[in-house]
Design a protein around this ligand. Sequence first.
Ligand code: ADP
Length: 661
Amino acid sequence: MTIHRRITNSAGRVQGAWPVLLLLLAAMAVPTAGVLWFMTQAMHNERLAVRQRLENAYRGRLAEVQQQIEGYWREKLEAINQTKGNTPSGKNFADLLNAGTSDSVILYDSNGRPQYPFTEGVSPSVTTTGPVPATDAWQAAEKMEYEQADPAAAAGMYAAIAEQAADKHWKARALQAQARCLVKAGKTEAAITLLLNLASDEKTRNATDQNGRLIALDANLFAVQLLKESADPRFEDSRFEDSLQTLVERLNDYVESTISFAQRRFAMHCLMERVGRKLFPTLAALDLAADYLEEPDIPAQVGQLLPTRIPGVWQLASADKTVIALYRQKRLLEDGTKIIQMISTDEDITIQIQPPEKIALDAKTAFLSEPAGEYMPEWQLTLYLQGPDPFAAAADKRIAMYLWTAGVVVLFIVIAAGLAARYIRRQMRLTRLKNDLIATVSHELKTPLASIRLLVDTLLENNARDPKQTRDYLELISGENARLSRLIDNFLTFSRMERNKRAFEMTTLAPERIAAEAIEAVRERFAAAGCRLETEIASGLPAVVGDRDALLTVLLNLLDNAYKYTRDDKHIMLRVYAADSNVCFKVADNGIGLSRRAMKRIFERFYQVDRSLSRSAGGCGLGLSIVKFIVDAHGGTIKVSSEPGRGSTFTVKLPATGSGT
Ligand code: ADP
């Protein structure tokens, strides 16, 4: 009981280790947390630094693109500025378009009035012939054509007017009316011949009608239409192709012919629809210009590309504002992309030129954005990173290095803390052991000493001195004395063992001699009634190398335990024999035996299966730990086999030297 309490107390002292462990934990956790914090900071900074470096490099790339774009616009502006709006406008129009300066262009005079295209009324450069004269012949012919609905007769009347007309305009207009009537009268072939003549005749070449339209051009167009519609395949090849070609040439010619903007556009559309070929490179520009002039637009700026009211169309004014160049967004995007491709061949990035409506959409995914330059104030250049994030890859390399360093530092801290913890635990265990030892020693010494004192006192008081009783008492005193010696021997061995001070004196020994000495030491005790010691020592055993006293301690402890833990009718057996290259000492008893669990722990210090039993038998729980220590130091092994209630067998194996004694 007392021991039990003391051990609990000693365990209580181990619990006092918590503050030390907590301190240790803090000593480990604080630097670890510090290292991890520094590392995250460093990683963050590294990412920022790499990003910054890349940003600077890529900003340079954007600046290059910006410069190129500005160069592009300077060239355009130069071309526009060189054009004078009020000089032959159609030619300027065509020149600018043919040079690819813009998608369309509007030319103004110095008062800001549209010069070309001229969509309202008749252009000042086009002559008109006014309304049809109220002559009898015209009126009669028109009456015949419209009221009497006799186109054949009307055709004849118009032919007569044409014959007599002195003015080329009136002659042409009469011929045009004649052709119209011939068609109405079903004389298509005659009409075609007439129209083709009218179109090619030098005299009527520049004749115009009251709207300023060139009659020859209209006649040409009419003839082409009739030829196209004509079912007769004979004419198709030659006349159709020829007249079509003449017409296309005239329409594409902005220099010589004075075709009005409206007539040119109308004729081009007619032909496009009928012939279905892309014959007029300037038609899209004419349409765009017409669209632009349809309603008043947002004023254009010199040197700045600004939007028009037409979606996807941009405008730029020349320095004197007499020229406004129009650009389709599609073309601007294409040209921008070409410029970008010329500069940036880097596969890691993509640069795009962005119109205003796309800027907001792309703001999140873009790595960098810069204005597209002074000429395109509303546009932006956007740079995207391609594939795996390149700055992340660069940062990752460094971060990996930081991680490794941090890992090594943390590992070092953990190992150091682990070692410190082990050392502290060991020291605490030693302290505990010392405390336990002191407690056990003082307790265990008390019992035999008390017995001895009692016996000696009795002997001193007993004057009768019965010699037999005196001898019995003295034998008891001797027995207690022997027990004390064994205890003290064990304590000393244990103490040396703990301090690693146990030095063994190794000599070559005969196993049978050690066994004999052990038997001699216990003979008297084991000879008592109810105890039988059986010994079986093989002859010719090989020698062992060992410390004589230590090996004797081993055998005495085992024999002592066999005696202590066997109740009545003790049968103890000591066998010494050779097996393989070992010498075996086997101590068997028919005692109380051991459970499986107990067998695993009996070699631990201070372990006792049944404390009260062990105490009454005079044990302190050190014997077997000492035995194991000695056997291990001799390079041997100890094994136990046991069954509760049936006895135990301890077998010590020591390596033989091989030389017999
Ligand atoms: P003790 O000094 O208490 O005998 P030991 O270290 O010699 O200490 O033995 C440890 C414990 O092992 C003993 O307390 C006892 O319970 C058990 N033990 C040792 N030898 C035997 C045996 N031969 N039979 C049964 N139990 C044993």
